[in-house]
Design a protein around this ligand. Structure first.
Ligand code: ADP
Ligand code: MG
Length: 140
Protein backbone atom coordinates (compact mmCIF):
# COMPACT_ATOMS: atom_id res chain seq x y z
CA UNK A 1 0.00 0.00 0.00
CA UNK A 2 1.31 3.39 -0.97
CA UNK A 3 0.50 6.72 0.61
CA UNK A 4 -0.73 8.95 -2.22
CA UNK A 5 -2.12 12.43 -2.68
CA UNK A 6 -5.00 13.29 -5.00
CA UNK A 7 -6.88 16.42 -5.99
CA UNK A 8 -10.51 16.66 -4.91
CA UNK A 9 -12.95 19.42 -5.82
CA UNK A 10 -16.29 19.99 -4.13
CA UNK A 11 -18.20 21.34 -7.11
CA UNK A 12 -20.67 24.26 -7.38
CA UNK A 13 -23.85 22.19 -7.01
CA UNK A 14 -22.57 20.98 -3.63
CA UNK A 15 -21.29 24.30 -2.28
CA UNK A 16 -24.61 25.90 -3.35
CA UNK A 17 -26.55 23.32 -1.30
CA UNK A 18 -24.24 23.68 1.73
CA UNK A 19 -22.98 20.08 1.51
CA UNK A 20 -19.28 20.83 1.99
CA UNK A 21 -19.02 19.41 5.50
CA UNK A 22 -21.01 16.26 4.72
CA UNK A 23 -18.78 15.55 1.72
CA UNK A 24 -15.53 16.09 3.62
CA UNK A 25 -16.83 13.76 6.34
CA UNK A 26 -17.15 10.97 3.74
CA UNK A 27 -13.45 11.26 2.96
CA UNK A 28 -12.39 11.42 6.60
CA UNK A 29 -14.58 8.45 7.58
CA UNK A 30 -12.79 6.35 4.94
CA UNK A 31 -9.31 7.32 6.17
CA UNK A 32 -8.42 10.10 3.76
CA UNK A 33 -6.95 13.25 5.29
CA UNK A 34 -7.43 16.82 3.99
CA UNK A 35 -3.85 18.16 3.79
CA UNK A 36 -4.67 21.31 1.78
CA UNK A 37 -7.92 23.18 1.19
CA UNK A 38 -9.25 26.45 -0.19
CA UNK A 39 -12.60 27.81 -1.28
CA UNK A 40 -12.31 29.75 -4.54
CA UNK A 41 -14.44 30.99 -7.42
CA UNK A 42 -12.90 29.71 -10.65
CA UNK A 43 -12.25 32.16 -13.48
CA UNK A 44 -13.11 31.10 -17.02
CA UNK A 45 -9.40 30.59 -17.73
CA UNK A 46 -8.97 28.42 -14.62
CA UNK A 47 -12.01 26.28 -15.45
CA UNK A 48 -11.05 25.88 -19.12
CA UNK A 49 -7.48 25.04 -18.22
CA UNK A 50 -8.45 22.52 -15.59
CA UNK A 51 -10.79 20.65 -17.96
CA UNK A 52 -8.68 21.16 -21.11
CA UNK A 53 -8.60 17.38 -21.64
CA UNK A 54 -12.34 17.59 -22.37
CA UNK A 55 -12.23 20.61 -24.71
CA UNK A 56 -13.43 18.65 -27.76
CA UNK A 57 -16.41 17.16 -25.90
CA UNK A 58 -19.90 18.46 -26.69
CA UNK A 59 -20.48 19.38 -23.03
CA UNK A 60 -17.25 21.38 -22.56
CA UNK A 61 -18.86 24.85 -22.76
CA UNK A 62 -21.59 24.06 -20.26
CA UNK A 63 -19.12 22.24 -18.00
CA UNK A 64 -16.96 25.39 -17.82
CA UNK A 65 -20.02 27.61 -17.17
CA UNK A 66 -21.16 25.28 -14.38
CA UNK A 67 -17.71 25.16 -12.75
CA UNK A 68 -17.67 29.01 -12.68
CA UNK A 69 -21.23 29.36 -11.42
CA UNK A 70 -20.60 29.14 -7.66
CA UNK A 71 -17.55 28.70 -5.41
CA UNK A 72 -15.71 25.40 -5.33
CA UNK A 73 -13.57 23.87 -2.59
CA UNK A 74 -10.30 22.52 -3.96
CA UNK A 75 -8.47 20.17 -1.64
CA UNK A 76 -5.65 17.67 -1.50
CA UNK A 77 -6.55 14.31 0.04
CA UNK A 78 -3.82 12.07 1.41
CA UNK A 79 -3.96 8.40 2.39
CA UNK A 80 -3.37 4.82 1.36
CA UNK A 81 -4.09 4.45 -2.36
CA UNK A 82 -5.78 7.85 -2.15
CA UNK A 83 -6.39 8.21 -5.88
CA UNK A 84 -8.45 5.03 -6.27
CA UNK A 85 -9.92 5.32 -2.77
CA UNK A 86 -11.27 8.79 -3.60
CA UNK A 87 -12.77 7.56 -6.87
CA UNK A 88 -14.53 4.76 -4.99
CA UNK A 89 -15.90 7.14 -2.36
CA UNK A 90 -17.09 9.49 -5.16
CA UNK A 91 -18.89 6.85 -7.26
CA UNK A 92 -19.50 6.76 -11.01
CA UNK A 93 -19.57 9.97 -13.08
CA UNK A 94 -23.31 9.56 -13.76
CA UNK A 95 -25.14 9.26 -10.42
CA UNK A 96 -27.62 6.92 -12.12
CA UNK A 97 -24.75 4.41 -12.32
CA UNK A 98 -23.18 5.16 -8.92
CA UNK A 99 -23.05 2.55 -6.17
CA UNK A 100 -25.09 2.89 -2.98
CA UNK A 101 -23.36 4.93 -0.31
CA UNK A 102 -21.18 6.94 -2.69
CA UNK A 103 -21.12 10.74 -2.70
CA UNK A 104 -22.51 10.95 -6.22
CA UNK A 105 -25.32 8.47 -5.50
CA UNK A 106 -26.34 10.42 -2.42
CA UNK A 107 -25.76 14.02 -3.51
CA UNK A 108 -25.27 14.47 -7.29
CA UNK A 109 -27.95 16.29 -9.29
CA UNK A 110 -27.10 14.72 -12.67
CA UNK A 111 -24.15 13.63 -14.84
CA UNK A 112 -22.82 17.19 -15.04
CA UNK A 113 -23.66 18.53 -11.58
CA UNK A 114 -22.13 15.55 -9.85
CA UNK A 115 -20.84 17.22 -6.68
CA UNK A 116 -17.17 16.16 -6.72
CA UNK A 117 -14.07 15.84 -8.87
CA UNK A 118 -11.25 13.40 -8.21
CA UNK A 119 -7.98 12.82 -10.07
CA UNK A 120 -7.96 9.57 -12.06
CA UNK A 121 -4.26 8.54 -12.07
CA UNK A 122 -0.92 9.41 -10.42
CA UNK A 123 0.17 11.67 -13.31
CA UNK A 124 -3.08 13.65 -13.38
CA UNK A 125 -3.11 13.86 -9.58
CA UNK A 126 0.35 15.48 -9.58
CA UNK A 127 -0.63 17.90 -12.37
CA UNK A 128 -3.97 18.82 -10.82
CA UNK A 129 -2.51 19.36 -7.34
CA UNK A 130 0.14 21.66 -8.83
CA UNK A 131 -2.59 23.50 -10.78
CA UNK A 132 -4.09 24.81 -7.53
CA UNK A 133 -1.49 24.49 -4.77
CA UNK A 134 2.15 25.34 -4.19
CA UNK A 135 4.22 22.92 -2.12
CA UNK A 136 4.14 25.15 0.97
CA UNK A 137 0.32 25.15 0.99
CA UNK A 138 0.18 21.36 1.49
CA UNK A 139 0.72 20.32 5.09
CA UNK A 140 0.50 16.60 5.77
P1 ADP B 1 -15.14 12.18 -13.79
O1 ADP B 1 -15.44 13.49 -13.12
O2 ADP B 1 -15.91 11.04 -13.17
O3 ADP B 1 -13.67 11.88 -13.90
P2 ADP B 1 -15.11 12.83 -16.65
O4 ADP B 1 -13.64 13.10 -16.49
O5 ADP B 1 -15.51 11.88 -17.73
O6 ADP B 1 -15.74 12.28 -15.29
O7 ADP B 1 -15.89 14.17 -16.90
C1 ADP B 1 -15.53 15.35 -16.22
C2 ADP B 1 -16.79 16.05 -15.78
O8 ADP B 1 -17.52 16.49 -16.94
C3 ADP B 1 -17.81 15.17 -15.03
O9 ADP B 1 -17.50 15.00 -13.67
C4 ADP B 1 -19.09 15.97 -15.23
O10 ADP B 1 -19.15 17.12 -14.37
C5 ADP B 1 -18.91 16.44 -16.68
N1 ADP B 1 -19.52 15.50 -17.62
C6 ADP B 1 -19.07 14.26 -17.96
N2 ADP B 1 -19.87 13.66 -18.85
C7 ADP B 1 -20.88 14.56 -19.10
C8 ADP B 1 -22.03 14.55 -19.95
N3 ADP B 1 -22.32 13.50 -20.71
N4 ADP B 1 -22.82 15.64 -19.96
C9 ADP B 1 -22.54 16.72 -19.19
N5 ADP B 1 -21.46 16.80 -18.38
C10 ADP B 1 -20.64 15.73 -18.32
MG1 MG C 1 -12.20 12.77 -15.02
Amino acid sequence: MAIERTLSIIKPDATRRNLTGQIIARFEEKGLRVVASKRIKLSQAQAEGFYAVHKERSFFGELVEYMMSEPVVVQVLEGENAILANREIMGATNPANADEGTIRKDFAVDVQENSVHGSDAPETAAEEIAYFFSACEIVG
